[in-house]
Design a protein around this ligand. Sequence first.
Ligand SMILES: Cc1ncc(COP(=O)(O)O)c(C=O)c1O
Length: 390
Amino acid sequence: MTESSQHGLSTRTIHGHSFKDAHGSPHLPVYDTTTFAFNSTADLLDVVEGRKSGSLYTRYGLNPSIFAIEEVLARIEGAEMAWSFCSGMAAETALFLTHGREGIVCIGDAYGGTLELLASQLPLLGITTHLILGREVDQLDALLAAGAKLVFFETPTNPTLELLDIRAIAAKAHAYGARVAVDNTFASPVNQRPLELGADFVVHSATKYLGGHSDLTAGALMGSQELLLPVWNWRKNLGSMIAPGTASLLARSLRTLVVRVRQQNESAQRIAEAMSGHPKVSRVYYPGLADFPGHTLAKEQMYGFGGMLTIEVAGSGEEATRVADRLQIFALAPSLGGAESLVTQPCTTTHHGLTSEERERRGISDAMLRLSVGLEDADDLIADLEQALA
Ligand SMILES: Cc1ncc(COP(=O)(O)O)c(C=O)c1O
């Protein structure tokens, strides 16, 4: 896919907000302030009653650091509006409670916390949820016809990097009057912008690529003003607001998003190619490999193939554990998207809570290792994998 017009993404990450610092600082100041004072009750009521925008109370999101980060977040996904949150899960929860009350369909694999929320917790509130696999997408018509109004999915998925067709799913959902939300955490807006492909919402764990340094926890929800305004009150009363210091740190991080992710794409491609020919690796899951099942769709809907890949060690789950334990540069840790490379064995972390039958149904073998490729030299990362596999 080729880039669209308007300012380029790098420019938007750096100049994407209209806040002007009185002292000329190019950085977004931290307004570590819980409440803001007014000259008169009339001025205060103008903000409280929505006649004027302005800072008021930080948990409401009415804080200059938060206004500014939300302008940047909207621009990087090409959205009319964005809300920021204290975590990715907080963003998803506010989305589901606002727009998912008539039923949610989740397609394909998703982050474990998301699956738990959808499968076990939202039903306690009377919300109907349906979890189908990517290969069961033909069930979507029946579920939409039965009244589900929100379709949610990740693409590429975790950990098999399955590609789901954003355009086709959005067209189908819209035909039934339903909305589509894509978790774009794995791809980041550098590699994929779902709103351009017909999705109604983009949700992020900003903890990952947007933050990029494993030093902040945040979430974001992007979409049209019409669809995002009703989310505001839920966020306000769930109390799931981003902290001003985190907003400022996130703004700092976004300034390097494009160079970081492009470098991670390049290194991941090199590692995927090196691992493809390795005798101790039975399979490599990476959308940038020409023989990967989702490669053609990835070329159509992504700008780059991403920094996440999964290898399947030729051997048992125990052998894969030994490989993970022998890695020296890749740190054995959950999460992804940071400057440091990470390795996780899905059966011991992200998908530990599933039965082995369920993991098998989802195509997740015990011998899989998921790699989040960081910013170290690709040669060093390949050498690390080779010594661990030897
Ligand atoms: C794809 C994806 N979405 C959402 C989340 C939840 O994000 P957070 O940990 O910021 O709440 C995660 C966390 O790992 C994730 O990987």
